[in-house]
Design a protein around this ligand. Sequence first.
Ligand SMILES: [Zn+2]
Ligand SMILES: [Zn+2]
Length: 207
Amino acid sequence: MLTFNVAGLLRSAPGTTRTYPVRGEQLEIAEDVQLAAPIEGEVRLTRTGRSVLAGAELTTALEETCSRCLQPMVAPITVNLQEEALPSIDFETGVPVDFSAEPDALRLDEHHELDLSEPAREAISLAQPIAPLHRPDCRGLCSVCGFDLNADPGHLHEGEEIDPRLAALGTWSSERSDGRPEAGEPPSRRKSTDITLHQGEPHNQEE
Ligand SMILES: [Zn+2]
Ligand SMILES: [Zn+2]
């Protein structure tokens, strides 16, 4: 639970700060935002003249889908919270505070509990990566057939030119297909290319 009892802090002088470790916290974020790791970090609570300031640095990870190749992945995130929580009852008198001046403010409850779940939920939702990548150089899917290009960067369709970025590989393949048998292989098993098509059609550069 990301809740903290600040009764003791409210008895301290303004400016007093207390820090609390956050260890292994679970939190429901949203139906389409799932944590892939517990929440870890630290919360700092500071008493001011009228409120409690809460600062937190929290790390966790989200269940994501790679935006290029669509495979499931985990995206680590760090969020920083800066919140001001106002009392809901007067600490000295126990009289309920009039909320009308600041109706949307984060409030301590009547037991002087500060609940940072909602601010944390919001910050974690906002930290969702827009276009997560399962690795920075993910090659994505073939725009023609949907083949995962990470599995075979040389993926080609019949009649397609070799990608210039793969020209070096193509040259290398041509050299290997010039008729010289590879060491240890009978001539009849010589390869015309080392680039394999997923349809099973060998790409022949000598056509
Ligand atoms: Zn990917
Ligand atoms: Zn394809």
